[in-house]
Each structure stands twice: as C-alpha cells, then as structure tokens.
Design a protein around this ligand. Structure first.
Ligand SMILES: CCCCCCCC/C=C\CCC/C=C/C(=O)SCCNC(=O)CCNC(=O)[C@H](O)C(C)(C)COP(=O)(O)OP(=O)(O)OC[C@H]1O[C@@H](n2cnc3c(N)ncnc32)[C@H](O)[C@@H]1OP(=O)(O)O
Ligand SMILES: Cc1cc2nc3c(=O)[nH]c(=O)nc-3n(C[C@H](O)[C@H](O)[C@H](O)COP(=O)(O)OP(=O)(O)OC[C@H]3O[C@@H](n4cnc5c(N)ncnc54)[C@H](O)[C@@H]3O)c2cc1C
Length: 638
C-alpha cells in the first residue's frame, strides 16, 4: 500500500460526532429491529462469529472465475455445516449462520424449499422417511418446478408423471425440449434429490400438477441416475453475485420412481390406480411458494437496510461544496435533495421489517387454521404474501440502485458492496413469482371481494386486510365494469393492487406504534419514520390522490412541508438509526459503509489489491499497447 499513514487506518471513529448527536437509545432500537431480546442475542452472537472466522471471508468474490467461485461456495457451505455441527447450533442459530455467511448456495433451496415442501405437502409417513435424511444433509434437495417453456403458468408445465399400476411406480418424463426443468437452484451440480412438479396421469386421465420426490444423482459417486440429464444453465447477471448458485437444467427420460414418492397430503393415488382428492384445497400444492414469499418479504428489509446503511454512513463522510473561510465542505447528507432520496428508503427499511414480522404471524395463523381444516383465510394469505412480496422486492431492488447513485462514483466500485448486492437481489423481483403476475393475483382477489360487496347472495363481510372495502362507497359502482373487463383494465388493476398493499404496510406500521415500545426516544423515532413512509407515498402519488378527490391541493402542499420538517428531525439520528441494524463490517461488505467511516484510506488500500495492479506494466503490453504506440500495429500478431 502506498502513501497512507498507519494512524489514518486504525482506531479512529470518523462518525463519532454523528453518533453523539443521536436522540434515542440505540441499543433499545436494536432490540426492536431484531424483534426481541432473544432474537437480538442470537443475531449479534452469530454475526460476530461469522465475521471473525477467516473461513467465511468474502472480499475476493468479484475477482474469482465462475469455477473458483462455485468451488469456494461449496467449501463455505461444507465449512458452515461443520461449524453448525461442531458448535451444536440450534435450528435458529444455524439459519442465522447461513444468513450471515451471505453467499447464495444450494443450501438455501435445501432448507428453504425442499424441506418445507416435504413438510407442507408430504404425509406423516413421507415426512418420517425423508425429513431425517434431509435434516442431516444425507440427501440434498432442490425445488424443480419451472421449465424452459413455462414458469409463471404453473398449470402449463409439461413434465408428466404417469402411473404404472403393474409396477406401482410413476414414470417421470420430459416429452419436449420446453419441458426441460430450467432454473432450479442447487439442481445444476449439487442436489441429489428434487421435488419435481409434473402433470399427474392415472389410467389415461390427467389430474393437474403435483409434486414428486425424485432422486437425481448417485449417493455413492454423484453421477446422474439412469434417464437423468442434468447440468448448470450458465452465467447470470453480475460478477460473483448469484453465480455462486448452480441454477440447473434437467431432463427426465422415463425415470421410474416408487408410488409413495408422490407428495400425497393434498391428493393420493392408490396402488389400484385410483386418484383421490382429500378435502383440502388443491392450491395447497402451491403452499411452498406461499411460505417462501413470506420469507422473501422479511428478507427485503435486510437487503434494503444494508444498502441504506452503506449510503447513510457514506453520505455523512462525503463532503462536497460549501466550504466557508477554508473550513470543511458540506456533508452530502445535509443536502435536502440527498435527504429526500435517502430518508424515505430508511423509513421503508423499517416499514418492511415490521410488515415482514406481521406476515410471519399471518402465515403461522393460516398454517394453524389449515391444520384444523379451516381454509377460510387462505385466499387472503395468498393475496398478502403475493402482493407484499411484489411490493417489497420491487422497492428494495429500486432502493439498492438509488443507494448506489446516492454514493456517487464510488458507489459503482465493487468495494462499495452495492453492485453485488443489487445483482444478487434483483432476481427476487422474478423468482417465486414474477412481480406483475403476483399483483394480478392480488387484483383478482380484490375484484372478487368487490363483486361480493352488497351481493344478496353473499352474507360475508370483508374482514382483515380488506375490511376497509365496506367503507369505500364508490367501489359499489365499479363492480360491474371491472368484472367484465379484467384483462383490458389489468394495467390499472395492478396499480390498484400496489395501492392496496401499500395500505397494508402503512396500517401495520401504525399498529406497531400502538404497542408499548421501551427505550428512550425509540417510539418517537419510529413515529417520524412511519410518517415519512406514509407522506412520501402521498407525495409521490399525489396526482392519484388529487384526481380522485381524496385530498385537496392544500393538503398536498401541507404534506410536502411536513415531509421536509420530518427529514430535519431524522437528520441528527440518521447514523444511529442505521447502527440499530447492528450489521458487522463483514456482513455489510462495503468500504463506503464501514462502521468507523474511515473510507478514503480503505478505498486507496483496496485499489492496490486488485489483480490488475499485481504488475506495474500490464500483461498484454508487448502485444497490444507497444505496437500501437510505436505505430507497428500492422505487423503485430493480434
Ligand atoms: C440468504 C437468506 C435468504 C432467505 C430468504 C430466501 C429463501 C430462499 C429464496 C430464494 C431462492 C430463490 C428460489 C426461487 C424459487 C422459485 O422461483 S420456485 C418457482 C416459483 N414459481 C412461481 O412462483 C410461479 C408463479 N405462478 C403461480 O404461483 C401460479 O401459477 C399463479 C400465477 C398464482 C396462477 O395459478 P393457477 O393458474 O394455477 O391458478 P389460477 O387458475 O390462476 O387460480 C386458481 C385459484 O387459486 C388461487 N391461488 C393461486 N395460487 C395460490 C396459492 N399459492 N395459494 C392459494 N391460492 C392460490 C388463485 O388466486 C385462484 O383463486 P380464485 O379462483 O379464487 O380466483
Ligand atoms: C435467480 C432465479 C432463481 C430461480 N430459482 C428457481 C428454483 O429454485 N426453482 C424453480 O422452480 N424456479 C426457479 N426460478 C424460476 C422462477 O420462479 C421463474 O422465472 C418465475 O416464476 C417467472 O416465470 P417466467 O420465467 O416464466 O417468466 P414469464 O412468465 O415468462 O414472464 C415474462 C414476462 O411476461 C409477463 N407475464 C407473464 N404472464 C403474464 C400474465 N398472465 N399477464 C401479464 N403479464 C404476464 C411477466 O410479467 C414478465 O414481464 C428461478 C428464477 C431465477 C431468476
């Protein structure tokens, strides 16, 4: 490293003056963010454990080739598992450890989809057989639903599972190129088993898409089993980023599996070849997606808060213009324009945290009801998980990109952590349901509710997240028109679906504030953030509010004035509000966002570590640069 004094590097907290300004108890806010003192303790302990272990180093990801990157991910996953076993970590601690390792891997799908699919759609007997193997990682599973030709339209999947009563087996087959499974994470190079979704055919009759446990690779030497063609689908967006994951392609050539490997909680096939539908709704076949959508909402607040933490700390470090009498220039966080872009994202991170908590509760509630054969809240749970997944992932992906811009040029460096965070995060807008397709599901649910309003045939009053509908008079007039023209009006209906989901986010934030929240000044800070979240939305969509007569121009102007005043209230607390996320420098993975704010020496040092700087004169000089300079390009061997 050249030209940086030791004293500039170590031990100085360049953000201390910012931390001294804060008006609330940061430690108490850390507990609110984590969800409980226990959750804070687990998160704090495990994040520090990961950060202090060189085995989980991740600062070199963007310079590795795909093969090196992938092998390194395999090593980390094995090392994480060894750590979990050696330290006898609980399920909760193990999940946190995988989270803080912060590298997409086959284990996400194994723990996040394969196991939940067996739990949700398997019978007791199937769970007893498969779960112990999966929990010990004696088998590794993936979730193979999407095909080359169909992802959103699950009913359009082409893979077939034909029952053979002679042998008591299903024959799993890919009849066309477009029926090749395409995208499943973990499938490409690692998974030994898959939950494969296929059209069930019994006695020549089709019964729609069902899930099957299919072994793909030998447990001895990892070679694909007879009839299985499997591989990776290739490089994805961004260096490093999601390329640690082996998203795969899979074709079945008449692969035979025993009958008891169809997941049979929702419907069964008997050995005589009878198809039986139990009295649970067929949509439970989609249950794993509902579960994962709910976890994705919780995850959105993590990704957004991480970007906001980086942008906020850096905005307090970075100075541009405004020097008076040779004094320091203005911190960019003091510019109102910077605040009006940054603080709504800070408020969103908190809002998404609380909506994630609430959705977790809703999911637990619907699961409990389903077990008692009460299916009444399933449509609402589907609409909430689908809609909130769409809203929070869109806002988070956009928010991360905005944070990159808020960091100016340095935000574009990989060492800012933001390019990789964006590249890893942005597919969340597509996986587990394309965000527009999911909003159309919400719109469908809303229109169904509207059509039932005031209907003589329906005595049901809307409850829960749609209770407000009874109070909206003009919905009664929209009833007929919308039902006739759903497809024609779908672009507008998607906007209505977003507005409905925003209403849920705002109202759950307000409900959170009605609870007792301990800690000096904590509740006041959350009130400010809640008001920013709501008023920013009003400001952004004021055209809609004005054109529908919900507010007057005077209200709109007042909202804008109030927003400016709220930004001033957040300003002295901004650094403390991002400190409350309690992220280690390892997890943040960003020089711009480092806790001590000592950005410039670290950027300078990191530049010299780039592989291009290993030699002063680059490889290729003699072949390509020198001939140019010497005007010998015609004779050069290019
Ligand atoms: C580092 C730590 C991170 C931790 C957090 C992350 C965990 C791991 C995460 C990430 C890794 C990425 C993994 C990605 C995996 C995948 O992408 S898996 C594949 C996901 N695929 C999809 O999501 C497909 C989307 N499509 C669908 O869901 C459906 O096909 C549909 C669009 C909803 C339409 O369904 P279908 O055509 O069958 O049905 P309809 O006729 O439209 O509807 C029938 C009625 O059923 C209702 N419905 C639909 N879905 C559901 C459901 N899931 N639950 C309940 N009800 C449902 C639908 O609304 C209709 O109702 P109605 O008749 O009353 O109107
Ligand atoms: C990183 C990543 C990981 C993934 N992991 C897995 C996995 O582990 N397992 C798995 O099975 N799958 C996985 N997937 C696949 C993923 O679930 C699908 O890509 C996703 O559901 C979207 O489906 P699609 O690709 O068919 O998009 P399409 O449906 O083809 O979407 C293309 C466009 O068409 C629009 N569109 C589609 N239908 C409609 C409609 N009815 N009305 C209006 N517009 C419409 C969409 O909005 C979009 O703009 C993964 C995908 C990615 C990117």
């Amino acid at each position: 490293m050249e030209g940086v004094g030791e004293e500039e590097m170590e031990g100085v907290d360049h953000l201390a003056h910012e931390r001294n300004k804060s008006e609330f108890d940061v430690d108490a806010m850390k507990i609110v963010w984590a969800g409980s003192p226990h959750a804070f303790d687990v998160s704090d302990r495990i994040s520090k454990l990961v950060a202090s272990d060189p085995g989980f180093r991740k600062d070199n990801r963007s310079t590795l080739s795909r093969k090196e990157l992938f092998k390194n991910t395999l090593r980390k996953a094995a090392y994480a598992w060894k750590t979990i076993v050696d330290l006898r970590l609980s399920e909760e601690e193990a999940a946190k450890l995988r989270f803080y390792v912060d590298e997409p891997a086959f284990t996400d799908l194994h723990w996040g989809m394969f196991i939940p699919a067996i739990k949700g759609q398997g019978t007791e007997e199937q769970q007893q057989k498969w779960l112990p193997l999966a929990y010990k990682m004696q088998i590794i599973g993936c979730y193979a639903q999407t095909e080359l030709g169909h992802g959103s339209n699950v009913q359009g999947l082409e893979t077939t599972a034909t029952f053979d009563s002679q042998t008591d087996e299903f024959i799993i087959h890919s009849p066309t190129l477009t029926s090749s499974k395409w995208w499943p994470g973990g499938l490409g190079k690692v998974a030994t088993h898959a939950i494969a979704y296929a059209r069930l055919i019994v006695g020549g009759r089709e019964h729609g898409v069902h899930g099957f446990i299919v072994q793909l690779r030998s447990l001895e030497d990892h070679s694909p089993l007879l009839g299985i063609t499997v591989g990776d689908i290739g490089m994805k967006f961004g260096n490093g980023a999601y390329n640690t994951m082996d998203n795969g392609v899979l074709q079945f050539d008449h692969v035979r599996i025993p009958r008891n490997q169809m997941l049979m909680r929702v419907s069964q096939v008997t050995c005589e070849g009878k198809y039986k539908q139990s009295d649970v709704p067929r949509q439970l076949v989609y249950g794993t997606m509902v579960y994962v959508r709910q976890t994705i909402v919780a995850d959105a607040s993590c990704a957004l808060s991480r970007a906001v933490c980086i942008a906020t700390r850096y905005s307090a470090v970075r100075r541009q213009f405004g020097s008076q009498n040779g004094g320091p220039e203005t911190q960019v966080i003091d510019y109102k324009t910077q605040q009006s872009r940054l603080f709504p994202l800070l408020a969103s991170a908190y809002a998404f945290r609380f909506i994630g908590e609430w959705l977790k509760w809703l999911y637990a509630d619907v699961t409990q009801r389903l077990q008692a054969n009460d299916f009444s809240t399933l449509p609402e749970a589907h609409a909430c998980t689908a809609g909130l997944k769409s809203l929070t992932t869109t806002a988070t992906a956009d928010g991360i990109e905005e944070c990159r811009k808020l960091c100016g040029g340095h935000g574009y460096l990989c060492s800012s952590g933001l390019p990789e965070l964006f590249a890893v995060y942005v597919p969340a807008c597509t996986y587990e349901g394309d965000n527009t397709v999911l909003l159309l599901q919400v719109a469908r649910f809303l229109m169904k509710t509207v059509s039932q309003l005031g209907s003589r045939l329906s005595s049901k009053k809307p409850v829960g997240t749609i209770a407000y509908m009874t109070r909206v008079e003009h919905l009664m007039q929209c009833r007929c028109g919308v039902q006739r023209g759903f497809a024609e009006l779908s672009a507008d209906l998607v906007e209505a679906a977003v507005a409905h989901c925003q209403l849920i986010v705002v109202s759950k934030f307000i409900e959170k504030l009605q609870q007792e929240i301990p800690g000096k000044g904590v509740k006041q800070q959350l009130e400010v953030l809640c008001n920013i979240y709501a008023l920013f939305l009003l400001h952004k969509h004021q055209g809609d509010f004005l054109s529908t007569g919900c507010i007057t121009p005077k209200h709109a102007a007042l909202a804008n004035d109030e927003l400016r005043s709220l930004y001033s209230q957040v300003r002295p607390n901004a650094i403390a509000l991002v400190d409350a996320f309690n992220y280690t420098d390892h997890y943040l993975g960003s020089i711009l966002g480092c806790y001590d704010g000592n950005v410039y020496p670290k950027l300078y040092e990191a530049a010299w570590k780039d592989p291009l700087n290993e030699s002063v004169v680059p490889d290729g000089y003699h072949l390509y640069i020198r001939p140019l300079l010497k005007q010998e390009i015609r004779t050069a061997r290019l």
